[in-house]
Design a protein. Sequence first.
Length: 147
Amino acid sequence: MIPRPALVLGLAGLLPFLWNVATVISPALADLGLHWVGPRFVGPYVGLAYGTVILAFMSGVLWGFAVRARAKAGLFYALSVIPALWAFAFVGGGPLQATYWLVVGFVGLLGLDWYFGSQGLTPPWWMSLRVLLTTCVVASLLATVLA
C-alpha cells in the first residue's frame, strides 16, 4: 500500500500537468492564466518546464536509491543521472518535439524505476505509485499535442 503522504504529494504533483491540458483545451482558462501568471505558466510551456524539472528531480530520487546498492553502486549512480541528462539534451526544439521527447523520457524513467525496484532498491509500493503518476503525466503531455 502506498503511504498516504507519498500518494497525496504525488497526486498534487500532477496539478501543473493537468493545468497544462486545461489551458490547451480551454481558451478561457488560457486567457485567465495569461492574465494572472503569464505565458510561461499556460499551455504546453508549463508542462514542458515542469516536466523537465520533474525528470531532473526523479534523477535525484534514483540517486538516493542507488545509495542502497552495494556491489553495483556505480552502475546505479550512472543510471540515476539519465533522466536529468535526457531532459537537458533532448527537451527542446519547439513545443511539439520537446513534448514527445519528454514523453519518451518519462516512459524510460518508468523502466529505470522498475529496474531499481527489481534489484530491491525501492520500497515495495514504489512501482504502484510510479505507474499511476507516469500514466497521468504521459496522458496529459500527449493530450496537449493531440488537442
